[in-house]
Design a protein around this ligand. Structure first.
Ligand code: SF4
Length: 80
């Protein structure tokens, strides 16, 4: 890869890659990697997390790039 290609590629990556709470999760789960490729490594200016951070507003760990909130399954109650 030429230095021009490397520079171009790095410019397409989100500047919050190292600090984003969601990014490591996107890397771990194969079903979420499409988001990493689309948002984090390409169209990061479309990411709701990026836009929120750019406004100086704290970013919820539950906020997804598409602006929806991550819904985790409710923990099951322990039976006694
Ligand atoms: S999820 Fe959004 S803010 Fe986080 S690294 Fe990807 S593009 Fe950037």
């Amino acid at each position: 890869m030429s230095s021009v290609q490397q520079e171009s590629q790095s410019q397409q990556q989100c500047s919050y890659l190292k600090n984003c709470e969601l990014f490591p999760k996107l890397c771990l789960h194969t079903t979420m990697q499409v988001w990493k490729i689309f948002y984090c490594e390409g169209n990061y200016t479309l990411c709701a997390r990026y836009k929120t951070a750019e406004k100086g507003i704290p970013v919820s760990p539950m906020l997804l790039p598409n602006g929806k909130l991550l819904c985790l399954p409710k923990p099951k109650r322990a039976r006694h």
